[in-house]
Design a protein around this ligand. Structure first.
Ligand SMILES: [Mg+2]
Length: 278
């Protein structure tokens, strides 16, 4: 094993309910060549199984081990911080399931954590309840801080970050976020694949999550232009992707190639020759 891929889904593999041309072939080749990969998503609504099913309907057959969601990352993180804890959840099935699977009880009174994910079922009563729990000492956890979510019809809706911002503003407390670009999720996904840092290639369409997360971890980064980022947006960022491709289809040619690791100067026992004055 020389390298492996962490792959974002929305904007890389599909847009809305449409598969991006070349994505299915790319995944088929990864499987055929036994190259490790995992789909990394900041969507906490779906369980692993739901994601497998959604992709299958689109023509991509993978198993649950190829899916890593921010809901899973959040639940595992909380279980490591406070085993057998309790959470009040603003979110949907994927988040509830992940918390239960990691030994958490979902409660609506005096929780250890208020955990926020995406959802369309949120009410003002839930926000009021969450606010008072946080005031009473519950810690505010965000599955991610994406301000908006793409919808199937090509539009957007308020994302987890927007819901979290409302609670932060109301309570004066800052949330801890686990999803991309948090190192918690970026590292967990890599270790899940058994890869080393320099063997890991993050492929995504969003600078603020996929590329920032990868860059912070020292992973190789590939930006695909099939999602929300255009080439002309890049000068606005202090960090840049290592490689830019029009679409994931362009990665097929190099699928087998381990990315080049920048050369680290070798230490020698000799006294270094003094550098020429600049
Ligand atoms: Mg994306």
């Amino acid at each position: 094993m020389t390298h492996g891929y962490l792959i974002d889904m929305d904007g890389v593999i599909y847009r809305g309910n449409e598969l991006i041309p070349g994505a299915a072939e790319f995944v088929r080749e990864l499987l055929a060549r036994d190259i490790p990969f995992v789909f990394l998503t900041n969507n906490s609504q779906r369980t692993r199984r739901d994601v497998v099913f959604k992709l299958k309907r689109m023509g991509i057959t993978i198993d649950e081990s190829h899916v890593f969601t921010c809901a899973m990352a959040t639940a595992r993180f909380l279980a490591s911080q406070k085993p057998d804890g309790t959470a009040y959840v603003i979110g949907e099935g994927g988040l509830m399931y992940a918390l239960h699977a990691n030994g958490y009880a979902v409660v609506d009174h005096d929780p250890d954590y208020v955990v926020v994910g995406e959802g369309r079922t949120i009410t003002f009563e839930m926000m009021e309840k969450a606010m008072n729990m946080i005031r009473d000492g519950a810690k505010l956890i965000a599955t991610n801080i994406d301000p908006s979510c793409p919808t199937a019809n090509g539009s957007v809706r308020p994302g987890c970050g927007a819901i979290v911002a409302m609670l932060e503003s109301a309570t004066g407390k800052q949330a801890f976020s686990v999803g991309k670009p948090s190192p918690v999720m970026m590292r967990a996904a890599r270790t899940e694949l058994g890869l080393r840092t320099e063997q890991t290639i993050m492929v995504g369409d969003t600078m603020e999550t996929d590329i920032l997360g990868g860059a912070q971890m020292g992973y190789h980064t590939v930006l695909t232009l099939t999602g929300g980022t255009r080439r002309e947006d890049l000068p606005n960022y202090a960090y840049q992707p290592e490689r830019i491709v029009d679409s994931i289809a362009d990665l097929l040619k190099t699928i087998d190639q381990a990315p080049a690791t920048p050369e680290v100067p070798k230490k020698t026992s000799k006294t270094p020759t003094p550098a020429t004055a600049a």
